[in-house]
Design a protein around this ligand. Structure first.
Ligand SMILES: Cc1cc2nc3c(=O)[nH]c(=O)nc-3n(C[C@H](O)[C@H](O)[C@H](O)COP(=O)(O)OP(=O)(O)OC[C@H]3O[C@@H](n4cnc5c(N)ncnc54)[C@H](O)[C@@H]3O)c2cc1C
Length: 476
């Protein structure tokens, strides 16, 4: 990967655009530049980007907040760099360009009987976006997050140009980049350790609980399963508060799939790698008014959803795509929240602080926040970078209409509880955190700042998120 001389390169195609994350709640105007080749990035950072505007990389814009936008500045659209460069089936390694998506990678790995070891709740994220957020999946308690599985990065920084960075060659920069929200450089390629895929199915155990105590007890029980996630009803009253549908699953062994096939359970539910890249089943129309998610309606939806599940079910075969990415079936579901958009608040509370976790749930209920989607998981030990979100404990992600009255104060109050318990919020979902609160939540911030000072001394890499929470330095 060599950098072409400045005079030889045509300028990147660009347009002024109003950009936002998946939540659509904090749009800002930037110049969006479309990257077509690896050399474009190095060239742009060396010769064209100037400190006054600043620049940030953007993937598929599935972060919920303002992480991949840069008001008044430049944004590099990396989705054009989407080639899968090599698959080494023997060593279980895949090398891909930054803009290749989880869906593309899973579909290309499946014929080699391989898959990605960590995937988020949507397959439409890019691999570099997943790295910049150090994403976690339903298996964090067993397998950790993305940082455990990335072997090498081609990273372009303002000070160093294009370099291959590994955990061995430059651990501080490597791990600052895993979770670094694009502020330590632009990832142009990555090598990731894939894992064996016996079959594109999982076998899921489902339990429906009647209240929070039972939910916590079941989730806290020794983790036998590879994947574990719960949907919580935080709006049910009295003893029913925190009732849940808990789904715990393991990969289905290949011999079990043969039996399934004999019984006629096949491609309709996705026993086919191409279904990983298939489009949505239905789409929410543009301009959707978004008035279905009022508190009363949400309470009713939640009750119906809870009742729709069996009390106890064992070993139900589910194809990978609907199991890992159920929301992908409904295209543009963020539009359900109307023009004001939605906000996702995801926090983690350390193991041992379950009392504080209950106080958080109580607060959500007392403040009458209309939570339809409340996803609850367990995290295993922290690993990796100073800005990596997961720490051993409990994590809850709640989706909320951004126009909810009193939302700001309610979340400020939640922040206080989370900090008090030694927890933190996830930057990839954030759109409102204050600087002082960030510093209290991420005690290793100085380690991150040291790397930024080294690779970006003039503070060229900048985003709305970075400015808001103070990750870009005092000048910006
Ligand atoms: C429905 C849904 C479910 C989700 N479920 C989960 C989940 O289960 N677990 C989880 O951890 N997350 C989850 N997420 C969040 C999502 O995985 C992250 O926000 C991820 O970073 C999005 O990737 P992206 O390609 O869309 O990146 P963007 O949203 O475009 O950008 C995210 C960050 O990555 C940086 N970035 C993008 N490309 C590059 C690059 N080439 N070099 C350097 N930095 C770059 C950006 O600057 C930004 O800081 C979910 C999101 C949605 C919408």
């Amino acid at each position: 990967m060599s950098v072409t001389e400045p005079a030889a390169r045509a300028p990147l195609a660009s347009e002024e655009r109003l950009l936002s994350g998946w939540g659509r709640s904090a749009p800002s105007r930037s110049r969006l530049l479309r990257v077509r080749a690896v050399e474009d990035v190095a060239h742009f950072l060396s010769y064209e980007a100037h400190a006054a505007r600043g620049v940030i990389a953007r993937g598929a814009a599935r972060n919920y907040g303002d992480a991949a936008q840069n008001e008044g500045g430049d944004v590099l659209d990396m989705t054009g760099l989407d080639r899968i460069l090599s698959i080494d089936a023997e060593r279980g390694l895949v090398r891909a360009q930054a803009g290749a998506t989880v869906a593309q990678l899973m579909a290309r790995l499946a014929p080699h009987r391989l898959t990605l070891p960590v995937v988020p709740g949507t397959r439409h994220v890019t691999i570099a976006g997943a790295i910049a957020s150090d994403i976690h999946g339903k298996n964090h308690h067993r397998d950790g997050g993305m940082a455990r599985h990335v072997r090498s990065l081609a990273l372009c920084t303002p000070a160093g140009g294009l370099e291959e960075v590994t955990p061995e060659s430059d651990p501080e920069l490597f791990y600052a980049t895993l979770g670094g929200m694009g502020l330590t450089g632009v990832v142009v390629e990555a090598t990731i350790a894939a894992e064996p895929l016996a079959a594109p199915w999982v076998a899921a155990d489902v339990d429906r609980t009647d209240g929070l105590a039972e939910t916590l007890e079941l989730m806290a029980a020794e983790e036998r399963h590879r994947y574990s996630v719960a949907w919580l009803d935080l709006l049910a009253g009295g003893a029913s508060m925190g009732r849940a549908v808990i789904s715990q699953a393991d990969p289905l062994p290949a011999d079990a799939v043969v039996t399934l096939r004999r019984r006629g359970r096949r491609a309709a539910t996705g026993d086919d790698p191409t279904t990983l890249t298939r489009g949505t089943v239905i789409d929410v129309p543009r301009g959707f008014p978004g008035n279905v998610l009022r508190p009363g309606a949400v309470r009713a939806f939640n009750a119906i959803r809870w009742r729709a599940h069996p009390r106890r079910e064992r070993g139900r075969p589910i194809a990978l795509a609907p199991y890992f990415f159920p929301l992908d079936a409904l295209g543009g579901w963020n539009r359900l929240y109307g023009p004001a958009g939605l906000l996702q608040y995801q926090f983690v509370i350390p193991t041992g602080q379950e009392g504080e976790l209950e106080r958080c749930f109580e607060l959500i209920r007392r403040r009458r926040l209309p939570v339809y989607l409340a996803v609850f998981k367990r995290f295993g030990p922290a690993f990796g970078g100073p800005l990596s979100f997961p720490i051993a404990g409990w994590t809850l992600a709640i989706d909320l209409p951004a126009a909810t009255p009193g939302l700001g104060e309610a979340l400020d109050e939640l922040d206080e509880l989370v900090v008090g318990a030694g927890g933190r919020v996830y930057l990839s979902k954030d759109v409102r955190l204050r600087r002082d609160v960030l510093a209290a939540m991420y005690p290793q911030l100085e380690r991150f700042r040291t790397q930024r000072a080294r690779v970006d001394p003039e503070g060229l890499l900048r985003s709305d998120l970075g400015r808001r929470v103070g990750l870009c330095g005092e000048l910006w």
